[in-house]
Design a protein around this ligand. Structure first.
Ligand code: FAD
Ligand code: NAD
Length: 466
């Protein structure tokens, strides 16, 4: 068992864990000719996360921003095995991966262990809660497609319940209070989308209560968007003020209950904030499988943030394992931009390694044949081997940061002309839209996203609750 396509015993097995930014950009650029490639991920599709906040209010439909992983692998030169499964364990000493189908419908196959020669580790991160009580039970995260759908459903449930006949006034205020924790780009973009929904749609469909809706963004630091330039932070904060989004800075959530959060405010005083919907966006932490893998290499893996890699993205202390994206601890921010550049870099490197293996194989065959005619060919192949042996370290090229902040405004921090050009407003919004549309991986996704934007412009967002 386990000896399935595309096994070719003369070729090394390359296992890819994940189907997010890192794994997908790797798979897209990889030349599979010289490897038996196996992809394992509990999600059988790629999710274009930058547009996820737009799904929470129905600006975009969920399926417009995803693409099946098989869409990429089916066009490869050699067949690629794709398994919808969760990797449960990686053994860096014996070079094995154990994985399991954890979806609702499971067959007879339980847990499977396979050997790898190379492992591309791109499992991303999970949501950070800092161990704060009640977050997992009561808050909505914003990371997966199912999270965005849950937010959309709960938001509409709050609005419908607030509009229910004879609803208590205090209860209406609570239900119509949408609280966002975390003033990073995820929290800011969500608050912006929510504001658009209020202005464009809620007022039309629920005129009796729409203006009771309040949005509060809670951030522990002195300002939102710490990674953006000062000018853009101010622009965002003043836009939020105009849009009546309350920003509570220097305020830390300490406890989460079913209908309220307990915060410590700027004066170190504790108070309660009732909410109808709570969205939690306080960043990333390592997955359990990553923590377990690192624990097996205690001398070389010492960072709490994630996996330490060398200049070629090889995991320190684990020959054959290459790690990319949010699961790593590098000098770069955990962004899609970094993960996709790392994936592309690795694909290039594996391409070179594959060509080197092919040239070496041909060289051996020629040498075995012998004869005068082979001499010249041998020389050419030896040069090829030397050329493919030269690998250059990973270099990240920052293309800038973009974020949508609502009311058709976006902010852009662009590293142009040797300095940062910061821009905000309508022009940045057009730039934001075109940058994301052009980054979408397929014509199908581009068409769907453009059609959704047009649909919303003409008909507004759909407020039906599934
Ligand atoms: P991910 O893309 O998270 O992929 C991880 C993959 O691993 C997933 O397919 C997951 O299903 C799979 N997986 C999980 N556990 C296992 C397991 N046990 N075994 C196998 N597979 C597993 N970045 C930007 O640069 N620009 C943006 O505009 C931007 N917007 C964002 C908006 C939101 C709402 C969010 C949440 C993030 C945004 N980011 C953005 C950050 C960006 O999404 C991440 O940095 C990026 O996804 C990291 O890529 P990754 O491949 O490391 O992880
Ligand atoms: P983040 O780590 O960037 O921000 C989380 C924020 O939550 C921090 O500012 C932190 O101070 C705050 N926080 C933490 N605990 C808190 C508490 N108890 N109470 C109140 N505030 C608290 O997280 P993110 O926004 O999810 O982003 C994650 C990564 O994804 C980042 O690297 C980001 O750049 C990237 N991302 C980029 C974009 C974009 O470029 N448009 C959009 C989304 C995410």
């Amino acid at each position: 068992p386990g000896e399935q396509l595309p096994a070719d015993k003369t070729k090394p097995t390359l296992v890819v864990l994940g189907s997010g930014w890192g794994a997908t950009s790797f798979l897209k650029s990889l030349d599979t000719e010289e490897y038996n490639v196996v992809v394992i991920s509990p999600r059988n599709y790629f999710l274009f996360s930058p547009l996820l906040p737009s799904v929470t209010v129905g600006t975009l439909e969920p399926r417009s921003i995803i693409q099946p992983t098989r869409y990429i692998t089916r066009h490869k030169k050699r067949a690629v095995q794709v398994y919808e499964a969760e990797a449960r364990d990686v053994d860096p000493i014996n070079k094995t991966v154990t994985f399991q189908d954890l979806s609702d419908i499971r067959g007879e196959a339980g847990s499977v262990t396979i050997n790898y020669d190379y492992l591309v580790y791109a499992v991303g991160c999970e949501n950070q809660t800092f161990g704060i009580k009640g977050v997992k039970e009561h808050a909505c995260f914003l990371k997966e497609l199912s999270d965005a759908d849950k937010i959309r459903q709960r938001l509409l449930d709050c609005v419908e319940t607030a509009a229910f006949r004879d609803q208590d006034e205090k209860e209406i205020d609570r239900l119509m209070h949408m609280v966002v924790v975390g003033g990073g780009p995820t929290g800011v973009e969500y608050a912006g989308e929510l504001h658009d929904f209020l202005i464009d749609d809620l007022r039309k469909w629920y005129p009796e209560i729409a203006d009771r809706l309040r949005i509060t963004l809670i951030e522990a630091l002195p300002n939102v968007l710490p990674a953006f330039s000062k000018q853009l932070i101010q622009y965002t904060e003043s836009t939020f003020k105009e849009n009546k989004i309350d920003v509570l800075t220097r305020t830390m959530v300490k406890d989460v209950q079913a209908d309220r959060v307990v915060v410590q405010d700027a004066n170190k005083e504790m108070r309660e904030i009732p909410y109808g919907l709570l969205v939690w966006a306080t960043g990333n932490t390592s997955r359990e499988i990553t923590r377990n893998l690192m624990a097996k290499l205690p001398r070389t893996q010492t960072q709490r943030r994630g996996i330490e890699v060398d200049d070629y993205l090889q995991m320190n202390g684990a020959p054959g394992i290459y790690a990319v994206g949010d699961c790593t601890a590098t000098a770069y921010a955990p962004t899609a931009q970094v993960a996709s550049q790392q994936g592309m870099f690795l694909a290039n490197m594996f391409g070179k390694m594959g060509q080197k293996m092919r040239a070496e194989r041909q060289l051996q065959e020629l040498k075995a044949e012998g004869g005068a005619a082979a001499v010249e060919a041998v020389e050419g192949l030896e040069k090829k081997v030397t050329r493919y042996s030269k690998l250059t370290p990973f270099h990240y090229s920052h293309q800038g940061s973009l974020a949508y902040i609502g009311s058709e405004k976006a902010i852009a921090d662009l590293p142009l002309f040797n300095g940062n050009v910061a821009s905000g407003g309508g022009a940045a919004m057009i730039f934001w839209r075109s940058a994301y549309v052009s980054t979408l991986y397929s014509v199908r996704n581009r068409t769907l996203v453009l059609a959704d934007w047009m649909k919303v412009k003409i008909f507004g967002r759909d407020v039906s609750r599934e």
